[in-house]
Design a protein around this ligand. Structure first.
Ligand code: PFF
Length: 453
């Protein structure tokens, strides 16, 4: 049989959930969700996030998984195989390009995390003032070559895992790293809640419901965040769906993954913000939170040396499980479209990414020429993918799954050909979400992001 037709399938249900959750849990859970939740009404935001997940993101996730499992091919080919005459037949390429671009800067940030893991081991934060920490962060990022080299380590590791294969590489890695990640996170949460002075304020920041902080913008933020967090709109879930066994229950899988992803995001908040408030520091998000605020806190915390190591190990694990899913999107595309072996495809993608991530890292150096209209290539990629390509990819996928693909596709996949009675009972509700609710809100989000709303 042709190598390309012999498709791997994840070996176990738990492995499938670990892989999918691993692809979802990433920097978004650590440095974005807790802050957005805190700024947008705490528990009120979490409730909205839950509603948004149920009505918008889980239906989108189900669409991707169903398309992937039904066609068992890469995220580009899915559209062509289902409707080869439709004007959207090439639209899957958007997801492949998005994944590739996201990887190019995600691996650089993974490199920063790796560097900080090393600094934590060397006890480098100790005794440094905020100004000194800030200076060394700037020197590191703007140094160009160093972040790139650390990014290469992340990319190389990712290439090896994906090169080993779907079951022995990707599934095994996630089955090891995900429980480890949860274990580390629980240690950090317990320390933050029970052993830090004044952790109450941090808990209130994330957990106290404040509905007065909720605006329309909150809802858009929730949609954007849950979409990014569940790695939707760029083919990652289509490709993972294509490896899911046909006996698995897709609805149960999607709901579990989404709950795990959300719980980990909330736990990250419970680990981080009690510490931030205990040390009287302003809550922040993004790189500043991870590479400045937190090292600053670790220098002051009892046992900070150990907690810094555990924390940056967690960040590296979360990044690597995500880069693996991003990488697989490109590799499966190259493998199937150019009819080459997995390992050769990995090398092609690896070298292409070495080049692109070099440009991305270079664009952050002082006086770089890769700055366009005041923004570095790094920022352009980040913003174009999150604010334009991902939501557009999401809209295309849900409309394709709900309206363009044969009517039986979704039903067959979501109910395992009507053999799962509970799923069959709820199918019509889910179908309404996929056909109407999810596209409607995604289009609103898209219009808002491009400034038309
Ligand atoms: N879901 C990841 C996060 O929350 O950080 C980001 C991401 C990873 C997006 C993998 C897309 C993807 F394929």
């Amino acid at each position: 049989m042709n190598k390309i037709n012999k498709r791997d399938t994840f070996k176990s249900k738990i492995g499938t959930i670990a892989v999918l959750a691993g692809g979802c849990v990433g920097l978004g859970n650590i440095w974005r969700f807790p802050y957005i939740a805190g700024e947008n009404g705490g528990a009120a935001f979490i409730l909205i996030y839950l509603a948004v997940s149920l009505c918008i993101s889980i239906p989108a996730l189900l669409s991707e998984l169903a398309l992937g499992r039904n066609q068992r091919c890469n995220a580009f080919r899915v559209f062509r195989k289902i409707k080869d005459k439709h004007p959207w037949k090439n639209s899957g390429i958007l997801g492949i390009i998005t994944g590739f671009l996201i990887f190019s800067f995600y691996c650089i940030i993974g490199g920063w995390a790796l560097k900080y893991f090393e600094l934590a081991i060397m006890n480098d934060f100790s005794g440094k003032s905020t100004a000194e920490l800030s200076e060394s962060l700037n020197n590191f990022i703007q140094g160009g070559i160093e972040p790139y080299l650390y990014g290469i380590v992340i990319t190389t590791f990712t290439t090896i895992i994906v090169g080993i294969g779907v079951v022995k590489g990707i599934e095994r890695l996630n089955k090891i790293l995900m429980p480890l990640l949860i274990f580390l996170l629980l240690i950090l949460v317990i320390n933050s809640i029970f052993f830090l002075p004044n952790s109450r304020e941090g808990l209130l920041f994330i957990l106290k419901p404040d509905f007065s902080a909720v605006t329309w913008n909150t809802i858009f933020q929730a949609i954007g965040q849950s979409f990014f967090s569940l790695s939707l709109g760029m083919g990652a879930q289509v490709i993972y769906g294509s490896y899911i066994s046909e006996k698995d229950n897709l609805i149960k899988t999607a709901v579990s993954v989404s709950l795990i992803d959300m719980s980990i995001a909330i736990l990250c908040g419970l680990a981080i913000f009690p510490a931030v408030f205990s040390f009287n520091i302003e809550p922040t998000a993004g790189p500043t939170l991870l590479f400045l605020t937190l090292p600053n806190i670790f220098t002051q915390m009892t046992g900070g040396y150990i907690f810094a190591i555990l924390f940056f190990a967690l960040v590296v694990f979360a990044t690597v499980t995500s880069t693996v899913s991003l990488f697989e999107v490109s590799v499966s595309y190259v493998m199937e479209e150019f009819q080459i072996r997995r390992r050769t495809a990995c090398l092609w993608v690896f070298f292409a990414l070495l080049l692109l991530s070099f440009l991305v890292a270079e664009s952050q150096t002082k006086d770089s020429s890769l700055v366009f209209f005041g923004k570095s290539l790094f920022d352009w990629f980040d913003q174009i993918t999150s604010n334009f390509m991902l939501p557009l990819g999401g809209i295309i996928t849900v409309i394709f799954a709900g309206w363009i693909a044969p009517k039986t596709l979704l039903k067959d996949e979501l109910t395992n050909k009507s053999t799962l009675t509970t799923n069959t009972k709820y199918f019509s509700v889910i179908q309404i979400m996929i056909k109407y609710v999810s596209p409607f809100f995604l289009i609103l989000l898209f219009l808002e992001l491009i400034g038309l709303l």
